[in-house]
Design a binder for this molecule. Sequence first.
Ligand SMILES: NC(=O)c1ccc[n+]([C@@H]2O[C@H](COP(=O)([O-])OP(=O)(O)OC[C@H]3O[C@@H](n4cnc5c(N)ncnc54)[C@H](OP(=O)(O)O)[C@@H]3O)[C@@H](O)[C@H]2O)c1
Length: 223
Amino acid sequence: MEKTKVIIVSEVSIDGKLTIAKGISSKELMSLMDEDANKYLHQIRDICDGILVGAETIRTDNPSLTVRYVEGKNPIRIIPTNSLNLGENRSIFDTSKAKTIIVTSKKAYEEKKDVVNKLLEKNIEILICGEDKVDFQKMLKELYKKGIKSLMVEGGAKINWEFIKNDLVDEIHLIVVPVIVGGEDVPTLVGGEGFKTLENLKKFKVKDTFKLGNQIINIFTKL
Ligand SMILES: NC(=O)c1ccc[n+]([C@@H]2O[C@H](COP(=O)([O-])OP(=O)(O)OC[C@H]3O[C@@H](n4cnc5c(N)ncnc54)[C@H](OP(=O)(O)O)[C@@H]3O)[C@@H](O)[C@H]2O)c1
């Protein structure tokens, strides 16, 4: 059966951190990326039909998730959330250049009708997938029906875990910035409970690795 191709793309430090401190926007780490790396990231945005980040990334980073470093089209922005609390004046609420779909559970949709109405007024589409939390497998099927056949997932750690745990990831691109962040509580590429035993680890194969400007690009694909 045809399914949406899912590509995780993340900027990480040498020690696999997604940001420089817990609760801090990853835009600070990204400010260390050179033009080559930014172009690489935005080229993938351009070729994907959709781009997805977690609601916490919307709250801390307020990203626009558009294509700017290369000529190209903006992917549809997709944000899963149970709280429906994304804050005010977010860049993704500006739908003049790119469409935004908020994915939530039936429970949250019914309990937060006032928030739902405000989002609809902003021309944002709401997709209900799952009873009391978003069912990611169901979400991908619904997105495929909407024509989203390739999806770039740009984190954060909790969202990456949801995709990895459900075996939904086809490819991972790491843009490794040559700095070390340290810190036990700083989010790394994948959060969640972890797989804990050797046989349960999620296994990938190495597709490519190369130097790009002052970064290393590592590409892994599903076994
Ligand atoms: N370096 C990079 O490439 C990169 C990229 C992105 C983000 N980041 C950084 O990563 C950090 C944020 O990561 P994070 O792990 O804390 O959060 P996150 O993955 O961005 O978002 C987590 C949120 O997603 C929603 N969510 C997750 N699973 C869900 C489910 N099954 N159903 C419904 N909603 C679900 C929840 O939103 P609600 O709480 O609203 O329900 C949850 O709180 C920030 O510091 C950010 O700067 C780095």
